[in-house]
Design a protein around this ligand. Structure first.
Ligand SMILES: Cc1cc2nc3c(=O)[nH]c(=O)nc-3n(C[C@H](O)[C@H](O)[C@H](O)COP(=O)(O)OP(=O)(O)OC[C@H]3O[C@@H](n4cnc5c(N)ncnc54)[C@H](O)[C@@H]3O)c2cc1C
Length: 298
């Protein structure tokens, strides 16, 4: 693989970077190359220099990613804190770049006296990850707020896209092949700054009361089947507290798998399969993982 002309770039490249440092489960083998762009212009330049067949993995806060123990044999593009522009474009419209944490978007909107983004406060990912997943909570989903997005393809070409260019579902987004999110414009309603801040606190307290927020996890592992809750089905199958290696079905919320300290990605993946099999045996429902799985097993 020819070396990239790093002298033309302003970002930071690491080699064999352990992805366990960058995922909320704290598991995952190394990335062959790990690039943190200086900003979106630098990212565009970086993409323009990449070999056309280099495998790419986009990474926000790694809060919905299971990276296997053998790592990722390609280039990871880490946006968190790098694509970090956050501005009030015009009254009621916020522009956030892909690497901005959802919590920051929620607080920024609340301070500006805008409501409708409060649900983002407890989602521990970036806006880019939220757009890729159609992240949502407490009845809100990020794409309900999207006016436009800016995407980039692997040659570095930027495109402004509207919602109609995407097929949006529950924790699922399909869009033009080979494009990733650089930024999003969110439309919010005029409201009261104080009330929005109070609502954020209320939602965070509710989350802390019902979710194992202090243990490494990826949030809900499985999508809720129509008209039901994955957590209820897992609990009904008697799996609360069930463990494989260091991976354990949370006692607090059965749709969470927590890393009790020494879990490997293989432990987590084995537990995901076990839960799917047992729930299917008990209820006839085959749960579909929400979490994205990438990389090589060892
Ligand atoms: C404690 C906890 C609670 C959670 N609660 C919720 C919740 O209430 N609701 C909810 O929806 N989710 C929840 N999650 C899951 C997760 O936070 C969300 O899915 C979040 O949107 C993922 O963002 P991220 O930046 O961490 O993405 P990552 O995990 O880094 O990536 C997720 C996927 O998005 C892709 N991706 C990342 N950035 C981009 C980009 N710029 N362009 C294109 N693709 C990209 C990645 O390649 C990957 O496929 C929770 C997770 C945890 C740990």
């Amino acid at each position: 693989m020819p070396a990239l002309r790093m002298d033309e770039l302003r970002g930071e490249m690491r080699y064999d970077e352990p992805l366990s440092r960058h995922t909320s489960w704290r598991v995952g083998g190394p990335a062959r190359r790990f690039y943190q762009p200086a900003d979106s212009a630098d990212l565009v330049a970086f993409l323009g220099l990449l070999e056309p067949d280099e495998p790419l993995l986009w990474l926000g806060l790694g809060s919905n990613l299971l990276v296997r123990d053998g790592g990722f044999a390609g280039t990871v593009i880490a946006t968190q804190g790098r694509l970090n522009g956050l501005t009030l474009e015009e009254p009621g419209i916020i522009r956030a770049e892909a690497g901005v944490a959802c919590a920051k978007v929620a607080r920024f909107a609340a301070r500006a006296g805008l409501c409708g983004a409060e649900f983002l406060a407890g989602i521990p990912g970036t806006l880019g990850g939220a757009l890729a997943m159609n992240a949502g909570a407490f009845g809100g989903e990020v794409w309900q707020r999207v006016l436009k997005v800016v995407t980039v393809d692997r040659s570095g070409r930027l495109t402004e896209r509207v919602v109609q260019d995407f097929s949006i579902g529950y924790r699922q987004v399909t869009g033009p092949e080979g494009e990733w999110f650089i930024a999003g414009l969110l439309a919010l309603e005029a409201g009261d700054a104080k009330a929005a801040q109070v609502e954020i606190r209320r939602l965070l307290e509710r989350r802390a009361a019902t979710q194992p927020t202090r243990q490494p996890s990826c949030g809900s592992v499985f999508r809720n089947p129509p008209g039901d809750h994955a957590g209820r089905l897992i609990e009904a199958a008697g799996l609360k507290g069930y463990a494989i290696g260091g991976a354990r079905v949370s006692d607090k919320h059965a749709n969470f798998i927590v890393n009790t300290g020494q879990a490997s990605a293989a432990d987590i993946e084995a537990l995901i399969s076990h839960v799917q099999d047992e729930v299917e045996r008990a209820s006839g429902e085959r749960l579909i993982p929400e979490v994205h799985r990438v990389g090589e097993a060892v």
